[in-house]
Design a protein around this ligand. Structure first.
Ligand code: SF4
Length: 363
């Protein structure tokens, strides 16, 4: 039997609870939700300045991101990911900031791709990128073991896209990156589009038409009150109902069942066989009840919600020599006590609560 270097944790470390959620072992939170998805922010840095995440007027070119010494090394990230896998995580999503600006990312991808779940299966490894650096990296990432990828693209119109990315980055270079990902064999390729009223709602149909033609899975995301810097107003939200009405008027749709419990996107099939489209509706159709996502920030903080105001520091015990079992116990204790339901409880009062900026906790 091949000697695995994964952390052999005491039996109680893989506590029951998750099994009640979806039949798989693992830790569950105070609302019975299993820890299944780990979003790993490998950097808080980004080369874009999307107004709904990192508005340029607040996060200028000289914004002080995390100092290098405060950022987890690739080895530290891989070790923590192994601990999360041992207590129930089944999916790893590499995020940022913009993950492709992190040097040697394929090295980390190879380490994460080698991880296994307690029953020996591979983890579902994916990555979300703004696509700006995808052209040169698609092949190295695929060769390192990345199976699939999500690219954020908020419009096909250069002027609109420029306004949505805050740095006038051209659409063509993201499209080149997507083509490179396809040639590298990354599949499926999903496209995420944040829709903000007054900025890019006119891009809904052109994007949907393009994704249908390209055979890509497009998900529209309702604009969210993440962090404290994007000046969010409910009036600027284009709701799932509105988006589906626009799509349905062009191509009749029917709802699809979720692939698994905890899936974020509401999925729809084009009746004419034009593929699938999704809507991630955190504002008008909150999905906290099945939320299985933990977030590991680049500085080693564990957050249990996208709208968290505080988290658990894993870097200090890690660097102080804590064992995998001790780290697992810390994570389990935090997750077990988790009762986050921000989107279900969203109100004027909650939007004033302290919240970590989205780019700092991995989206
Ligand atoms: S608001 Fe928090 S608890 Fe609700 S779905 Fe989002 S991350 Fe999960």
């Amino acid at each position: 039997m091949q000697e695995s270097d994964e952390p052999q944790l005491p039996a109680e470390a893989t506590a029951v609870g998750g099994a009640a959620f979806d039949g798989l072992p693992g830790v569950a939170d105070a609302l019975g939700r299993a820890l299944r998805d780990l979003r790993i922010s490998v950097t808080d840095r980004c080369n874009f300045r999307c107004p709904y995440c990192m508005p340029a007027e607040i996060f200028g070119r000289d914004f002080a991101f995390l100092p290098h010494a405060q950022v987890l090394t690739l080895e530290e990230i891989a070790r923590l990911a192994a601990v999360f896998a041992a207590i129930g995580a089944r999916k790893l999503r590499i995020t940022g900031g913009e993950p492709l600006v992190r040097r040697d990312l394929p090295v980390l991808v190879a380490q994460l791709a080698a991880l296994r779940t307690p029953d020996g299966g591979p983890l579902d490894l994916t990555l979300t990128t703004n696509g700006s650096g995808l052209l040169p990296l698609a092949v190295p990432l695929a060769e390192a073991g990345l199976a699939r990828i999500t690219v954020s693209l908020d419009s096909l119109d250069d002027a609109v896209f420029g306004a949505m990315n805050g740095v006038d980055f051209p659409v063509s270079r993201v499209l080149d990156g997507i083509a490179a990902a396809r040639s590298a064999g990354l599949a499926p390729i999903k496209i995420n589009t944040v829709v903000r009223r007054g900025l890019n709602e006119a891009s809904i149909l052109p994007l949907a038409r393009w994704a249908r033609d390209e055979g890509l899975v497009l998900r529209f995301i309702e604009y969210m009150d993440v962090g404290h810097s994007n000046g969010w107003r409910l009036d600027d939200v284009v709701s799932a109902d509105e988006i589906l009405a626009v799509l349905g008027a062009a191509w009749p749709l029917e709802p699809l069942a979720a692939d698994y419990r905890g899936e974020v996107a509401g999925r729809y099939r084009y009746l004419d066989g034009g593929g699938e489209v999704g809507v991630i509706a955190s504002v008008t159709r909150p999905f906290c009840g099945d939320c299985t996502r933990a977030r590991l920030a680049a500085d080693g903080m564990l957050y249990t919600c996208l709208f968290a105001g505080s988290g658990l520091d894993l870097k200090t015990p890690l660097r102080a020599g804590a064992s995998d079992g001790e780290l697992a116990a810390l994570i389990r204790a935090t997750w077990s006590a988790r009762a986050d339901r921000y989107s279900e409880l969203r109100s004027a009062a909650t939007s004033r609560l302290p919240k970590i900026e989205m780019f700092a906790l991995g989206g």
